[in-house]
Design a protein around this ligand. Structure first.
Ligand code: ADE
Length: 242
Protein backbone atom coordinates (compact mmCIF):
# COMPACT_ATOMS: atom_id res chain seq x y z
CA UNK A 1 0.00 0.00 0.00
CA UNK A 2 1.07 3.54 -0.71
CA UNK A 3 0.46 6.50 1.59
CA UNK A 4 1.37 10.06 0.62
CA UNK A 5 1.26 12.79 3.25
CA UNK A 6 1.15 16.47 2.37
CA UNK A 7 2.23 18.66 5.29
CA UNK A 8 4.07 21.83 6.22
CA UNK A 9 6.04 19.79 8.78
CA UNK A 10 7.58 17.09 6.59
CA UNK A 11 10.43 16.40 9.01
CA UNK A 12 8.04 15.67 11.86
CA UNK A 13 6.17 13.20 9.67
CA UNK A 14 9.37 11.52 8.38
CA UNK A 15 10.66 11.02 11.91
CA UNK A 16 7.53 9.10 12.82
CA UNK A 17 7.67 7.00 9.65
CA UNK A 18 11.14 5.79 10.61
CA UNK A 19 10.18 4.45 14.02
CA UNK A 20 8.84 1.17 15.37
CA UNK A 21 6.69 -1.28 13.43
CA UNK A 22 5.63 1.42 10.96
CA UNK A 23 9.33 2.04 10.25
CA UNK A 24 9.82 -1.68 9.68
CA UNK A 25 6.84 -1.85 7.32
CA UNK A 26 8.29 1.08 5.35
CA UNK A 27 11.69 -0.62 5.20
CA UNK A 28 10.12 -3.90 4.07
CA UNK A 29 8.09 -1.95 1.45
CA UNK A 30 4.80 -3.35 2.80
CA UNK A 31 4.03 0.31 3.18
CA UNK A 32 5.33 2.75 0.61
CA UNK A 33 5.32 6.31 1.94
CA UNK A 34 6.00 9.68 0.41
CA UNK A 35 6.13 12.92 2.40
CA UNK A 36 5.45 16.12 0.47
CA UNK A 37 6.38 19.57 1.78
CA UNK A 38 3.42 21.78 0.95
CA UNK A 39 5.77 24.77 0.71
CA UNK A 40 7.43 23.19 -2.32
CA UNK A 41 4.17 24.02 -4.11
CA UNK A 42 4.07 27.68 -3.07
CA UNK A 43 5.90 29.77 -5.62
CA UNK A 44 6.22 33.23 -4.11
CA UNK A 45 9.41 34.44 -2.45
CA UNK A 46 8.21 33.51 1.03
CA UNK A 47 6.71 30.16 0.01
CA UNK A 48 3.37 31.29 1.46
CA UNK A 49 0.81 28.58 2.13
CA UNK A 50 -1.76 30.53 4.18
CA UNK A 51 -3.75 33.75 4.10
CA UNK A 52 -6.35 35.69 6.11
CA UNK A 53 -9.98 34.54 5.87
CA UNK A 54 -12.47 36.42 3.69
CA UNK A 55 -15.15 37.88 5.94
CA UNK A 56 -12.69 38.61 8.72
CA UNK A 57 -12.18 36.85 12.02
CA UNK A 58 -8.99 35.50 13.46
CA UNK A 59 -6.61 32.86 12.26
CA UNK A 60 -5.22 31.89 8.91
CA UNK A 61 -6.53 29.58 6.21
CA UNK A 62 -4.48 27.28 3.99
CA UNK A 63 -4.58 28.70 0.44
CA UNK A 64 -5.98 26.61 -2.40
CA UNK A 65 -3.20 26.97 -5.00
CA UNK A 66 -0.38 25.07 -3.20
CA UNK A 67 -2.77 22.30 -2.10
CA UNK A 68 -4.26 21.89 -5.59
CA UNK A 69 -0.80 21.75 -7.15
CA UNK A 70 0.50 19.31 -4.51
CA UNK A 71 -2.46 16.95 -4.87
CA UNK A 72 -2.48 17.11 -8.68
CA UNK A 73 1.28 16.42 -8.75
CA UNK A 74 1.38 13.56 -6.26
CA UNK A 75 -2.02 11.83 -6.47
CA UNK A 76 -1.74 8.43 -8.11
CA UNK A 77 -4.49 6.31 -9.67
CA UNK A 78 -6.55 4.60 -6.96
CA UNK A 79 -5.56 7.06 -4.22
CA UNK A 80 -8.31 8.15 -1.85
CA UNK A 81 -7.71 11.80 -0.94
CA UNK A 82 -8.37 12.28 2.79
CA UNK A 83 -8.49 15.58 4.63
CA UNK A 84 -7.83 15.33 8.37
CA UNK A 85 -10.17 17.71 10.15
CA UNK A 86 -12.38 17.85 13.25
CA UNK A 87 -15.37 18.08 10.87
CA UNK A 88 -14.69 14.62 9.45
CA UNK A 89 -16.26 11.22 10.03
CA UNK A 90 -14.87 9.59 13.18
CA UNK A 91 -11.89 7.27 12.78
CA UNK A 92 -12.94 3.83 14.00
CA UNK A 93 -11.61 0.29 13.74
CA UNK A 94 -14.12 -0.31 10.91
CA UNK A 95 -12.92 2.73 8.95
CA UNK A 96 -9.24 1.79 9.44
CA UNK A 97 -9.99 -1.72 8.13
CA UNK A 98 -11.84 -0.30 5.14
CA UNK A 99 -9.05 2.17 4.29
CA UNK A 100 -6.46 -0.62 4.54
CA UNK A 101 -8.16 -2.10 1.47
CA UNK A 102 -7.40 0.99 -0.65
CA UNK A 103 -4.62 1.00 -3.22
CA UNK A 104 -3.35 4.24 -1.83
CA UNK A 105 -4.15 7.12 0.48
CA UNK A 106 -3.21 10.74 0.05
CA UNK A 107 -3.45 12.49 3.41
CA UNK A 108 -3.85 16.26 3.60
CA UNK A 109 -2.82 17.80 6.91
CA UNK A 110 -4.76 20.97 7.62
CA UNK A 111 -3.28 23.78 9.72
CA UNK A 112 -4.30 27.06 11.28
CA UNK A 113 -8.03 27.78 11.26
CA UNK A 114 -8.77 25.52 8.33
CA UNK A 115 -8.37 24.83 4.65
CA UNK A 116 -9.92 26.80 1.80
CA UNK A 117 -13.34 25.22 1.19
CA UNK A 118 -12.61 24.73 -2.53
CA UNK A 119 -10.00 22.14 -1.57
CA UNK A 120 -12.62 20.12 0.26
CA UNK A 121 -15.16 20.54 -2.54
CA UNK A 122 -12.87 19.65 -5.45
CA UNK A 123 -10.07 17.44 -4.16
CA UNK A 124 -11.18 15.58 -1.07
CA UNK A 125 -12.85 12.16 -1.19
CA UNK A 126 -13.25 11.78 2.57
CA UNK A 127 -12.80 13.94 5.63
CA UNK A 128 -11.70 12.10 8.77
CA UNK A 129 -11.54 13.21 12.43
CA UNK A 130 -9.63 11.42 15.19
CA UNK A 131 -11.94 12.74 17.91
CA UNK A 132 -14.13 15.54 19.15
CA UNK A 133 -11.37 17.97 20.09
CA UNK A 134 -9.36 20.42 18.05
CA UNK A 135 -5.63 20.09 17.48
CA UNK A 136 -3.35 22.71 15.95
CA UNK A 137 -3.03 20.75 12.75
CA UNK A 138 -3.60 17.53 10.87
CA UNK A 139 -0.12 15.98 11.21
CA UNK A 140 -0.79 13.97 14.35
CA UNK A 141 -4.24 12.91 13.09
CA UNK A 142 -2.66 11.80 9.76
CA UNK A 143 -0.10 9.71 11.65
CA UNK A 144 -2.79 8.24 13.89
CA UNK A 145 -4.77 7.25 10.80
CA UNK A 146 -1.65 5.86 9.12
CA UNK A 147 -0.78 3.69 12.10
CA UNK A 148 -4.36 2.48 12.54
CA UNK A 149 -4.40 1.47 8.86
CA UNK A 150 -0.87 0.01 8.75
CA UNK A 151 -1.71 -2.51 11.50
CA UNK A 152 -4.11 -4.15 9.04
CA UNK A 153 -1.57 -4.65 6.27
CA UNK A 154 -0.31 -8.20 5.91
CA UNK A 155 3.00 -8.78 7.68
CA UNK A 156 3.04 -5.55 9.71
CA UNK A 157 2.08 -7.31 12.95
CA UNK A 158 3.32 -10.77 13.88
CA UNK A 159 0.89 -13.72 13.57
CA UNK A 160 0.33 -13.69 17.29
CA UNK A 161 -1.03 -10.16 17.22
CA UNK A 162 -2.99 -9.94 13.98
CA UNK A 163 -5.33 -6.96 13.73
CA UNK A 164 -8.27 -9.33 13.17
CA UNK A 165 -7.77 -10.39 16.79
CA UNK A 166 -7.92 -6.82 18.09
CA UNK A 167 -10.55 -6.41 20.74
CA UNK A 168 -12.20 -3.71 18.62
CA UNK A 169 -12.55 -6.16 15.73
CA UNK A 170 -15.11 -7.86 17.98
CA UNK A 171 -16.64 -4.58 19.11
CA UNK A 172 -15.32 -4.93 22.68
CA UNK A 173 -12.60 -3.35 24.77
CA UNK A 174 -9.48 -5.39 25.47
CA UNK A 175 -9.06 -7.87 28.33
CA UNK A 176 -6.33 -7.28 30.98
CA UNK A 177 -2.78 -8.43 30.21
CA UNK A 178 -0.13 -9.71 32.62
CA UNK A 179 3.52 -10.66 32.28
CA UNK A 180 6.21 -11.87 34.70
CA UNK A 181 6.67 -11.76 37.65
CA UNK A 182 3.70 -13.85 38.72
CA UNK A 183 3.50 -11.90 41.97
CA UNK A 184 4.37 -8.20 42.21
CA UNK A 185 3.91 -6.12 45.36
CA UNK A 186 1.47 -8.69 46.66
CA UNK A 187 -0.62 -8.63 43.46
CA UNK A 188 -0.90 -12.07 41.87
CA UNK A 189 -1.61 -12.91 38.25
CA UNK A 190 -5.04 -14.61 38.02
CA UNK A 191 -4.57 -18.38 38.43
CA UNK A 192 -6.41 -19.20 35.22
CA UNK A 193 -3.67 -17.51 33.15
CA UNK A 194 -1.04 -19.90 34.50
CA UNK A 195 -3.30 -22.96 34.46
CA UNK A 196 -2.25 -24.07 30.96
CA UNK A 197 -5.96 -24.58 30.15
CA UNK A 198 -6.37 -22.72 26.85
CA UNK A 199 -10.16 -23.01 26.87
CA UNK A 200 -10.39 -21.56 30.37
CA UNK A 201 -7.98 -18.74 29.42
CA UNK A 202 -10.09 -17.86 26.35
CA UNK A 203 -13.31 -17.87 28.44
CA UNK A 204 -11.71 -15.66 31.12
CA UNK A 205 -10.44 -13.20 28.51
CA UNK A 206 -13.86 -12.97 26.88
CA UNK A 207 -15.50 -12.45 30.26
CA UNK A 208 -13.00 -9.72 31.21
CA UNK A 209 -13.42 -7.99 27.80
CA UNK A 210 -17.17 -7.97 28.40
CA UNK A 211 -16.66 -6.68 31.96
CA UNK A 212 -14.37 -3.83 30.82
CA UNK A 213 -16.74 -2.86 28.01
CA UNK A 214 -19.75 -2.98 30.30
CA UNK A 215 -17.99 -0.81 32.90
CA UNK A 216 -16.26 1.74 30.63
CA UNK A 217 -18.04 1.80 27.25
CA UNK A 218 -21.51 0.27 27.60
CA UNK A 219 -22.49 2.00 24.31
CA UNK A 220 -20.26 -0.49 22.45
CA UNK A 221 -22.31 -3.47 23.69
CA UNK A 222 -25.28 -2.35 21.62
CA UNK A 223 -23.31 -3.02 18.41
CA UNK A 224 -21.09 -5.94 19.49
CA UNK A 225 -21.73 -9.46 18.20
CA UNK A 226 -22.73 -11.33 21.37
CA UNK A 227 -23.72 -14.97 21.84
CA UNK A 228 -25.72 -16.64 24.58
CA UNK A 229 -22.68 -17.18 26.80
CA UNK A 230 -21.75 -13.48 26.48
CA UNK A 231 -25.28 -12.47 27.45
CA UNK A 232 -25.15 -14.75 30.48
CA UNK A 233 -21.83 -13.17 31.53
CA UNK A 234 -23.32 -9.68 31.14
CA UNK A 235 -26.42 -10.67 33.12
CA UNK A 236 -24.23 -11.90 35.98
CA UNK A 237 -22.25 -8.63 35.91
CA UNK A 238 -25.52 -6.73 36.26
CA UNK A 239 -26.41 -8.86 39.28
CA UNK A 240 -22.94 -8.38 40.80
CA UNK A 241 -23.22 -4.62 40.63
CA UNK A 242 -26.74 -4.50 42.10
N1 ADE B 1 -7.14 18.63 12.87
C1 ADE B 1 -7.33 19.32 14.00
N2 ADE B 1 -8.03 18.62 14.89
C2 ADE B 1 -8.32 17.42 14.30
C3 ADE B 1 -9.02 16.26 14.71
N3 ADE B 1 -9.61 16.18 15.89
N4 ADE B 1 -9.11 15.23 13.84
C4 ADE B 1 -8.54 15.32 12.62
N5 ADE B 1 -7.87 16.40 12.18
C5 ADE B 1 -7.76 17.44 13.01
Amino acid sequence: MRITIISIFPDLVRTFLGAGLVGRAVEAKTLETKVVDLRDHAHDRHRTVDDVPFGGGGGMVLKPEPLFEAVETHRQPGDAVILLSPQGEPLTHALATELAGSRGLLLLCGRYEGVDERVRLELVDREVSIGDYVLMGGELPALVLLEAVARHLPGVLGNETSAARDSFAQGLLDFPHYTRPQEFRGLRVPDVLVSGDHGAVAAWRRQEALRATWAKRPDLLERAALDETDRAVLASLGRDSA
